[in-house]
Design a protein around this ligand. Structure first.
Ligand SMILES: Nc1ncnc2c1ncn2[C@@H]1O[C@H](COP(=O)(O)OP(=O)(O)OP(=O)(O)O)[C@@H](O)[C@H]1O
Ligand SMILES: [Mg+2]
Length: 454
């Protein structure tokens, strides 16, 4: 057995040898020998490693950011140690692997390993800053290691897949913001969009809803299609219908479904066409530009003669300026833009605005039918069946009532039966008024006929 004295003396000799070697052999030679040995090992190794550094010059490396977001989704399941954080702009907690932690991933039969490397540095010597503008004290990078024979697959399929997944993660995790405009720019402080309306609570005809959701799904997935066909990746919707039928509610549902920011454009506040162009250019990707009540906010007729018609004495936005915003050349600068116009009077709009290709989809939101009514009852009364439904279904076929009107009746205090009885009374009153108006009209018509016949 080796006693402690012998061990201490052996260790002292090793340390002494290293010190002497370091002093006698120049640093450069040691570094050369190290890299030579490492090179020799690499020759025999079947592994290949990709280094993904956090910064590329001064800019953050997008592949690093994507890896971070992607690995965040795997970290809680695969890593033994995770870091957790949350910023104000994010809805949920964000997880990430910790330094030197390794996690494995599998893609189409290929096994890969990720490792986060952090190197401490003197923060006065590097010029990278974190989100709070504090100098960073470490340089981070990911190492992605896999078998050499999978190089092509990793570069051509796996890394693009990681980028795409990260995009989806980021898109779903950000808080939605609503932006409003001043003269020519969006207000600096967008407001957190807290509208609770979603396609689960929106009361519109079931089939119409399915159609809209499909349309949105196809739009989001169609990047390649738009690229191939040479079209800008944007889609225009015109929502029209009487007040209180859910046009604004549908916009909120769309934003919540896609997790897109809303840019709520008040045309009466826009200085002129140039300002409008600047506003459209100032929108971020994956966002919805909303122009509500397009027929009232500004008079947009007379495109040919003299272009613009002044609405409030100051407004200089013309119809052609607006059309350019919708599909002119510079409207293509962003990606994944949805443009929504709303109106209560589609017939008052200039046909140029409705030309095919301009508004890709026109959605008519109409009075409440039985399918929409059932959704409202789930929202407000938490029931799916009731003996009074039959009577209400018949009445809904006879009178025009908006979801907003029904929502108001169902919000009153009382149990489900009382609310539905109130609603029946409300619908019957409406029906009576309608019949009275019709009778009056008939009498008037008869009077006019009899005058004509005299
Ligand atoms: N389809 C709907 N589903 C659920 N709730 C609705 C629906 N339509 C209206 N409501 C209720 O009525 C309120 C007003 O509706 P909303 O603002 O969406 O109507 P609108 O069509 O935009 O009206 P306007 O033409 O006056 O702008 C909503 O806040 C919501 O409570
Ligand atoms: Mg509205």
């Amino acid at each position: 057995m080796v006693d402690t004295k012998q061990l201490v003396s052996a260790m002292t000799s090793i340390v002494l040898m290293r010190t002497i070697t370091n002093e006698i052999i120049p640093h450069e030679l040691i570094a050369f020998l190290h890299s030579g040995i490492a090179h020799l090992f690499r020759q025999f190794s079947v592994q290949f490693t990709v280094v993904i550094e956090e910064f590329q010059g001064m800019a953050r490396n997008q592949v690093f950011e994507a890896a971070e977001a992607y690995l965040g989704t795997k970290a809680t399941i695969l890593a033994e140690r995770v870091k957790v954080s949350k910023s104000e702009d994010h809805k949920n907690l964000a997880f990430n692997i910790d330094r030197d932690e390794e996690i494995s991933d599998k893609f189409e039969g290929v096994r890969v390993k990720w490792k986060l490397i952090c190197i401490q540095v003197d923060s006065s010597r590097i010029r990278h800053y974190d989100n709070n503008s504090s100098p960073l004290s470490e340089i981070r990078s990911y190492e992605l290691t896999f078998h050499k024979k999978h190089k092509n697959k990793v570069f051509n399929s796996y890394l693009p897949y990681v980028m795409e997944k990260a995009r989806e993660v980021k898109q779903g995790s950000m808080e939605i913001k609503i932006h409003s405009n001043e003269y020519y720019s969006w207000c600096n402080e967008p407001v957190k969009f807290n509208h609770p309306m979603s396609f689960k609570t929106l009361a519109i005809d079931e089939e119409l809803q399915r159609d809209i959701v499909n349309d949105l799904d196809n739009f989001v997935k169609a990047k390649e299609f738009y690229r191939k066909t040479g079209k800008a990746w944007k889609r225009g919707y015109l929502l029209y219908g009487p007040p209180g039928t859910g046009k604004s509610s549908l916009i909120a549902s769309m934003a919540n479904y896609l997790n897109y920011d809303i840019y709520d454009l008040d045309l009466t506040q826009v200085g002129d066409n140039r300002c409008l162009r600047q506003l459209v250019l100032g929108m971020s990707n994956r966002s919805i530009l909303v122009i509500e009540d397009i027929d009232c906010t500004i008079n947009l007729h007379n495109r040919e003669d003299g272009e613009e018609v002044v609405d409030n004495g100051q407004n200089k936005v013309t119809l052609s300026g607006l059309l350019n915003a919708v599909d002119g050349l510079w409207s293509c600068c962003g990606e994944e833009h949805i443009i929504v116009f709303t109106t209560n009077h589609k017939d008052r709009l200039d046909p140029a605005l409705l030309r095919p290709g301009r508004m890709d989809k026109q959605i008519h939101l109409s009075y409440c039918n039985f399918s929409a009514f059932k959704q409202l009852v789930i929202n407000y009364l938490d029931i799916t069946q009731h003996e009074l439904f039959e009577k209400i279904e018949v009445l809904l076929g006879q009178v025009q009532v908006t979801p907003a009107e029904i929502a108001e009746v169902l919000t009153k205090v009382g149990d489900a039966t009382e609310c539905l009885q109130d609603l029946i009374k409300f619908l019957e009153d409406k029906k009576m008024v309608k019949e009275e108006i019709k009778n009056e009209e008939n009498v008037k018509e008869d009077d006019e006929l009899s005058i004509e016949n005299i």
